[in-house]
Design a binder for this molecule. Structure first.
Ligand code: ZN
Length: 153
């Protein structure tokens, strides 16, 4: 299991150092911002949705490796998924980082997002990993273009 831990850490560091989709999307139709005051992480998420499917995703922001890696991976995994599928993924991710999801088969459903399974051991880091997912919820379920600020609870 420790090899897996190391692999997970590597992936988080990799995405933290070289985030994917780190760009604003000019014609985004869903955006939201999030701020995690505990760590100072800031993220602005951009999505383009067409026919109920996320067709493009990007983000801007600055924060720790975990928040950046989480945003990077989010933008990778949501593209091509229906909004309902993204919502389901979001619920599963919450279960993962809060430690509710532990069994291997359910971790598998999360694919590469399973790298965040170690985060539940560090309560301060859960907000870092979840920040962009809160922004995602806000982006998809509020008026287009309103870009509301996200409370991190
Ligand atoms: Zn952080």
């Amino acid at each position: 299991m420790s090899d897996l831990r190391e692999l997970y850490q590597e992936m988080i560091l990799d995405h933290g150092r070289a985030p994917r989709n780190l760009r604003a999307i000019e014609d985004a139709d869903h955006t939201a911002e999030g701020f995690n005051p505990l760590c100072g992480d800031r993220v602005k998420l951009y999505l383009r949705v067409a026919g109920g499917v996320v067709v493009d995703a990007g983000f801007e922001g600055s924060g720790c490796a975990i928040s950046t890696a989480s945003a990077s991976m989010l933008t990778e995994v949501v593209v091509g998924k229906r909004v309902e599928e993204v919502d389901e993924l979001r619920r599963r991710f919450r279960g993962l980082v809060t430690g509710e999801v532990r069994d291997a088969s359910r971790l598998e459903e999360l694919g590469k997002l399973a790298v965040f399974s170690g985060v539940c051991a560090f309560p301060n880091r859960i907000k870092c990993a979840s920040l962009v997912w809160h922004a995602l919820e806000s982006a998809l379920h509020s008026e287009a273009g309103a870009a509301p600020a996200v409370s991190t609870e």
